[in-house]
Structures are given as C-alpha cells and as structure tokens.
Design a protein. Structure first.
Length: 297
C-alpha cells in the first residue's frame, strides 16, 4: 500500500508522469519513497533520457534551474519525495523573502508618513520597490540589481521634485485594486474562477460542489479587495495620517488574515466529508500558486 502523498508530491508526480507519458503509473497512488531511477523493483525504472525530460519539465513548471547532467538529476530525484523537497524549499524561501520584505516596507512606510523627512520617505519607497525585485536580488541577477538601482533613482527624483507623500499613499490603493482585478477578471463568463484554478492545481480531483463554492469564494475575495481599496482611498483623502497608516500598514493585514482563517474554518465545518489539507499545507498551496500559470487563455 503506497504512502499518503502531500499536495506538492502529488503535483510533482503528475509533472513527471505527464512529461514522460507514463500511462502505466497513476500519479495519485505512487509511493513517494520509491526510487525513480534504475531497474530495481519496486521502482519507476527511469533512465538517463528520462532524466533530461524531467529537467525540462521542472524548469517549465516551477521555473527552477537544474543541472542537466544525468548524475545530478538522479541524485536530486532519488525518489519522488527527495525531488519534491528540492523544488519546494527554494519556492518556500522565495515566498518568505517576499513576505518579510513586504511587511518591512509597510513598517517603514508608517514611519515615513509620521516622520515627514524626505530621506525617510525615499528609504521607505526603496523598501517598497525592493519587494518585487527581492528574489532576483537575492539570486544576484544583474538585471534585477540594475532595475532596482534605476527604480530607486527614479523614486529619489520624484521625492525631490513632487514629494514622497503621494507615492507612499498610492500602494495602499493600487495594490488592493490590482488584486480585485486579478480575482475579478476570472469571474467573467467562460473563465475559470481563480480559487478553482488553485484548487485544481493542488488536487485535480476536486469535486464539483467545491468548485462551485470556489466561484463564490473568488467573488468574496474580489469584493474584499474592492472594499480595502475604497476605504484606504477614503482614509488617504479625508482622515489623519495616523489613521490611514494604521489601517493601510497594519489593520488590512489583520483583516486579510482573519478572512483566510475564517474561510478555512467555515469550509472544514461546512464540507465535513471532504479530506481537507491541514491549515499549514493549505497556506503553502496558496503561497506557492504561480500567478503566471493561472490563466490558460
């Protein structure tokens, strides 16, 4: 009897099975500890040609660069579980880096709004610009460093010429507006709701009643981000700086966290018969969802 697969292991198995056209292997029922390479029994029985196909499939699916020589691949993918850990750790590290840098930028923006000095405003804006470049900077990609340097120079010029305050306020409105659009565009007739796409990527056998629920959940997130955008704009225009900053740089995260936790608890209670992932695995599924692959057409 095969061991239980995690969501990441199941996805990895599907990638390998699809890439190699292994029709005799069912991705959802493999043993994650079973050797992938060699002719031993039990095992997948893959060879060096299969190793190169796996490298291409992993790069396309996860964007992770692997050495293409046979020995490196067979060592890294000694088993499905070993290969999954190899891919999952960098993705988790990237997500953590982006999250930490975003929280740090929020703290600096709050400080800059209350302090008013141009230098502090510029540093806060640089910390915000750092967020989308963070992974590339950490991986020492020269294009990321060049882009970050140019962005910091531009923000410095804007702080000097027009002031940093409007730039500090803008992300609190533009980011939830973009998220509202990102979720809402998938509700158009003929498209698959975003939450359903994430659910199917994690568990292809997600039942129809949960997919219908996913549409309602996508609508809920679209509305929540629209509300955040509206109240942040209202506070930016009419409220004291401290009130806006408290909401934009603190309370918004609490509201979103409460929505994530509350929805997860509701779903577990409402759909008791379904084998839900644990909360930690659920968060990993959401964090690791690749926005570039959310829209198939």
């Amino acid at each position: 009897m095969s061991a239980t697969l995690t969501t990441d292991e199941r996805q990895m198995a599907e990638v390998i099975v699809t890439a190699l056209n292994l029709e005799h292997i069912q991705a959802e029922s493999v043993d994650p500890g079973m050797p992938l390479f060699g002719q031993g029994n039990p095992g997948w029985g893959l060879d060096s040609i299969d190793a190169l196909e796996i490298v291409l499939a992993i790069q396309q699916k996860y964007g992770v660069e692997l050495k293409a020589d046979d020995a490196s691949v067979t060592r890294a993918f000694a088993s499905l579980r070993a290969g999954t850990v190899l891919i999952s750790v960098p993705k988790s590290a990237r997500a953590l880096l982006v999250a930490v840098s975003f929280v740090a930028s929020s703290a600096l923006i709050h400080f800059a709004v209350m302090d008013h000095r141009p230098l502090i405003e510029w540093l806060a804006l640089c910390s915000l610009v750092f967020v989308p470049f963070s992974v590339g900077l950490a991986e020492l990609r020269w294009r990321a460093w060049l882009g970050f340097a140019i962005a910091c120079a531009v923000t410095g010029w804007l702080v000097v010429t027009v002031g940093g305050r409007p730039l500090l306020y803008a992300p609190s409105v533009l980011i939830p507006a973009a998220l509202c659009w990102f979720f809402g565009r998938t509700l158009v007739r003929g498209r698959q709701p975003l939450v359903a796409t994430v659910a199917l990527a994690a568990r292809p056998a997600t039942p129809d009643y949960l997919l219908r629920y996913s549409r309602r959940l996508t609508q809920l997130w679209t509305g929540l981000f629209a509300a955040i955008c509206a109240w942040d704009l209202g506070l930016a225009l009419f409220a004291p700086h401290a009130a806006w900053s408290l909401m934009a740089n603190c309370a918004n995260y609490f509201v979103i966290g409460l929505a994530v936790g509350g929805e997860y608890l509701f779903r577990r209670l409402h759909f008791r018969d379904y084998d839900h992932p644990g909360f930690a695995e659920y968060v990993k599924i959401v964090v690791r969802a690749d926005p570039r692959r959310m829209y198939g057409g």
